[in-house]
Design a protein around this ligand. Structure first.
Ligand code: PMP
Length: 389
């Protein structure tokens, strides 16, 4: 398949790295088809060893132990298992008090709404105008007694990056269980679960050059006995997530995480350069604003806003770029972005927002093409609508 557009939607998903493809292929080519739970013969035990070494590799990236990793189908399932699993365990004879934020991904917001329906108390904290969750607000919220706090690391729409170290220490001081959705940050920013007092953390392979359909939930030793599984069946994953494991996907995730560990610094320098170049080349485009914090946000994600234009028309007009309006998981609904809304953007600003996200394969000439395309599309749309600024 050859698509001519420049891919600038890495926050939605990434291409599988060549090294990862090779590792996945070797599982398939070598007929490593045994069931990893069939330990009575070599077909199974060999594959089991692969699964366990993959578990250790994934754990190493976040300074966890292998037995603290539960394989899932991705971060959506990991978020659901962390939140629903914790609440359903019913360790208390009263409804739980859960806190989170309005900038979370739908795979956190929706399970929490479900828990609210079931009678638990759920509070969503508003971000500041730049899309950060203020640790002072979290601290005051935790003072009211919170059983579980869920806070994302990097936001997928604007790239705001929460101070997980500070929030983690606040949670530890107050005895609050701390869950982090690290789908956008795993393998991109280093995040040590011990140093940051993280109890539960959701991981995804496809955001970091691994395959889709595989992820994991980190559950620390203290919390593992406090989760109820979402599905029931065999005893895989110590009963927390039954079902035969997808060997090639898991090997692919481990391969992507190993690669991310070794190239994290290089990737970060590359993305920072891309961001700098892009911001410089678009700074004089008429009527353009950057949502969030242009200086400290994660360099790979830039949220562009033309309050006088429509995002769909812009995307259509930039026919050489593959970009999106925001979260790929919400594009099926016509609802305006809950993240931008909670940051205080007006309806016009939300309607005129597009997200550009860079990755390992983004070239400097792609950045130049992208900025020319944004400029030309915005000028063209104003011309055809007869509007001027
Ligand atoms: N959380 C965040 C912040 C995300 O960006 C995404 C993917 N868009 C998810 C969770 C869901 O991840 P997955 O696709 O692995 O289910």
């Amino acid at each position: 398949m050859s698509i001519k557009k420049i891919y600038l939607d890495y926050a939605s998903t990434t291409p599988i790295a060549e090294e990862v493809k090779t590792d996945i292929k070797s599982v398939l080519d070598n007929d490593l088809f045994g069931n990893p739970s069939s330990l009575d013969h070599e077909y199974g035990s060999l594959v089991n060893e692969l699964i366990e070494s993959s578990r250790t590799d994934v754990a190493k990236l976040i300074n966890a132990d292998g037995d603290e990793i539960i394989w899932t189908s991705g971060a959506t399932e990991a978020n659901n298992l962390a939140l629903m699993g914790f609440a359903e365990f019913k360790m208390k004879d009263r409804p739980l008090r859960i806190a989170s934020s309005f900038i979370e991904h739908k795979s956190v917001i929706e399970p929490l709404m479900e828990l609210k329906q079931k009678g638990h108390s759920v509070e969503f904290i508003a971000p500041n105008h730049d899309g950060y969750i203020d640790p002072d607000v979290i601290s005051r919220t935790l003072d009211n007694g919170v059983d579980l706090l869920s806070c994302m690391h990097i936001n997928n729409e604007v790239g705001s990056t929460n101070d997980i170290a500070l929030i983690g220490s606040l949670c530890r001081d107050k005895g609050t269980v701390f869950h982090v959705d690290a789908a956008q940050s795993n393998g991109k920013l280093s995040l040590d679960v011990r140093e940051n007092n993280i109890d539960l953390m959701s991981l995804s392979a496809h955001k970091v050059y691994g395959p889709k359909g595989v992820g994991a939930l980190f559950v620390n030793h203290e919390t593992v006995g406090r989760l109820k599984p979402l599905i029931f069946g065999g005893g895989q994953e110590r009963g927390m997530r039954p079902g035969t494991l997808a060997t090639h996907q898991i090997v692919g995730m481990a391969s992507a995480f190993r690669l991310a560990k070794s190239s994290m610094q290089k990737d970060h320098i590359h993305l920072s350069k891309c961001r700098e170049l892009f911001l410089e080349s678009i700074k004089d485009i008429e009527g353009l604003k950057i949502n969030g914090d242009p200086k400290n946000a994660y360099p790979g994600i830039i949220s562009l806003c033309f309050p006088d234009l429509n995002a769909d028309s812009l995307i259509f007009a930039m026919d050489d770029l593959a970009v999106s309006k925001g979260s790929a998981c919400a594009t099926d609904s016509d609802e305006p972005s809950h993240v931008l809304k909670s940051m205080g953007l007006s309806q016009a600003e939300i309607n005129g927002t597009i997200r550009i996200s860079f990755g390992r394969k983004t070239l400097h000439q792609d950045i130049e093409r992208a900025s020319s395309s944004v400029r030309a599309a915005s000028e063209h749309l104003r011309l055809v609508s007869g509007e001027t600024l």
